[in-house]
Design a protein around this ligand. Structure first.
Ligand SMILES: Nc1nc2c(c(=O)[nH]1)N[C@H]1C(S)=C(S)[C@@H](COP(=O)(O)O)O[C@H]1N2
Ligand SMILES: [Mo]
Length: 393
């Protein structure tokens, strides 16, 4: 805990770029846009969040700072359905999850899972639509800029250990399908709303069934008591309140799998033949400075992620991408799925500057200048779109 508190404090120092409003006790926490935090996340730091709706909250870019780990109080929220009642976290260890498509199907409690192995992985949680706001075409969905992402410490049992204990997976079944624990409103065809996602079963080897986030039991809003974490995969595949996990012959029939989260050309409808939002790609963005700054030596910092392999190089441009200088990662390497803060100390002359960053990962992939526009605005990792205009005086 002390470590995380220090991180939070450090993060605050880095992010303290001006605003002073804090969530005073007793007063409903209010974000800078004037929206109140919804009750179920009233414990979050309103000052660091943009409230798009009750179900969609984004971390402010300045608040991301150069934080190694995103404090839980600042982490974005994206719910497709209202979160389940907090009764499900009253007795966490009693939470039940069923396993199918293995040699010996079984239902287990969280208490049992906790005896089967423990591992910690740091991985970026990022919504597929993060960066959507930067596309020029009109996109439906939350207009996220960079804050539908955070770097999170997850602790739980490696899925491989659980599957092996159940006699191994059925080799004929290519999909790993996880089902969320939300209640489906009566009278609705469940496939239209349920959160059930399938990923290629190869993901078993990196997946974790997590009960802790940033060193504490996973808050209900983030999927407690138990969440499927597939490191390196987009947020939607990280199913919250996980109640069932199955090896399946087909992808889930849920709309969220069949036509949702499919990458397609602008104007096209979603269908199951299009690429699904599985693995994330290399990406970075600057978090400071974001607006005006004084001339002279300036710390330019931000965060860089590699997607499915570690970020290995980060370059910064102060002239809109004409020239690039290699910047430095700061802090420890937290593995292939984590992001790393970076810094470049640059001499900035008075005038207008376009600050950009471009990351490369260990697999050798670099961010493109522009990411192809697509109907729902998914997957944007173009460095140009993520650049910031800064006036130096
Ligand atoms: N059960 C369940 N799991 C879910 C969702 C949901 O609505 N229900 N939303 C998904 C999406 S689209 C994202 S981006 C992440 C958001 O996680 P967070 O709210 O903890 O930030 O959870 C994913 N897992
Ligand atoms: Mo998402």
């Amino acid at each position: 805990m002390a470590l995380l508190q220090n991180m939070k404090r450090r993060h605050f120092l880095v992010a303290a770029a001006g605003t002073a409003a804090t969530a005073a006790s007793g007063v409903p926490a209010m974000a800078q846009d004037g929206n109140e935090l919804p009750d179920y996340v009233a414990w979050k730091d309103a000052n660091d969040l943009i409230v798009h709706s009750k179900q969609t909250l984004e971390t402010r870019r300045a608040a991301q700072g150069a934080a190694l780990i995103t404090p839980s109080n600042d982490l974005y929220i994206r719910n497709n359905l209202p979160a389940p009642s907090d009764e499900i976290v009253a007795d966490r260890d009693a939470w039940e999850i069923s396993f199918e498509g293995v040699a010996n199907p079984a239902t287990m409690t969280l208490a049992q899972l906790k005896t089967m192995g423990v591992e910690t992985v740091v991985s970026v949680l990022q919504c597929s639509g993060n960066g959507r706001a930067f596309f020029a075409h009109e996109t439906s969905g939350t207009q996220w800029s960079v804050g539908a992402a955070g770097n999170v410490v997850w602790t739980g049992v490696p899925l491989r250990a659980v599957i092996d204990a159940l006699g191994g997976e059925n080799a004929e079944l290519p999909w790993l399908t996880g089902t969320g624990g939300e209640e489906i409103p009566p009278g609705i065809d469940p496939t239209t709303v349920m959160v059930e996602r399938s990923v290629p079963k190869e993901a078993i080897d990196q997946a974790i069934l997590a009960w802790e986030m940033n060193g504490e039991p996973i808050p209900l809003a983030h999927g407690g008591p138990l969440r499927l974490i597939v490191p390196g995969y987009f947020g939607v595949n990280n199913v919250k309140y996980l109640k069932k996990l199955a090896l399946t012959a087909e992808e889930s029939p849920a709309k969220i799998q069949q036509s949702g989260y499919r990458l397609r050309a602008v104007g096209e409808k979603g269908n199951a033949s299009q690429p699904s939002m599985f693995e994330m790609s290399v990406k970075s963005w600057i978090t400071s400075p974001l607006m005006d700054t004084a001339s002279g030596k300036v710390q330019i910092h931000g965060v860089a992620m590699g997607g499915t392999s570690a970020p290995s190089k980060i370059e910064v441009s102060v002239d809109g991408g004409e020239t690039w200088t290699e910047a430095k990662f700061i802090g420890p390497d937290m593995g292939p799925y984590a992001w790393r803060p970076f810094v470049l100390i640059a001499e900035l002359a008075a005038g207008d500057h376009v600050l950009a960053s471009r990351a490369t990962n260990a697999a050798g992939d670099s961010q493109p200048a522009d990411f192809e526009p697509n109907e729902r605005g998914y997957g944007n990792n173009g460095w140009r779109a993520h650049a910031v205009d800064v006036t130096v005086s």
